[in-house]
Design a protein. Sequence first.
Length: 152
Amino acid sequence: MKTRLTGAALFVLAALIVAGPARAGIEVSPDFPTQGQPAAVTVTDADVNAMRGVSVQAVYRPGSEVSHTEDVGKTADDGTIAWTPSGAGVVTLQTVPQADEAAITHTLSVRFDGVPISGLLILLGAGVILYGGVIRGVRSLLALPPILPPDT
């Protein structure tokens, strides 16, 4: 009986350690927004209460040489703000920290609003090179001379 109780206590303790403390967060609806279409951004604190009047920024292509930051605006009383992504790719939404607060961040992927022509052309070019090489190899194998007489 004592071992079962100890095992259950260890399981609960491990679950609490893995779960970690509650954190403030940024949620985006839909999960994968599309370029040029509005999305709802909600900022909450560690107790899942809406944070109002918080400035939100979007960093497009974070960590790269061509990253740029765009101000989204301030959250309303319900902690939400409307955001229309201006570009596709990886975007980090972050709050602007006040005084001794830490910034809240959320990294997500923004989809293209259609099929990018450059991506389609690269795909077709790679297919032509790949399958063109295969066709050339098969043709050269089939063009071998007829069976030669054995060496004596």
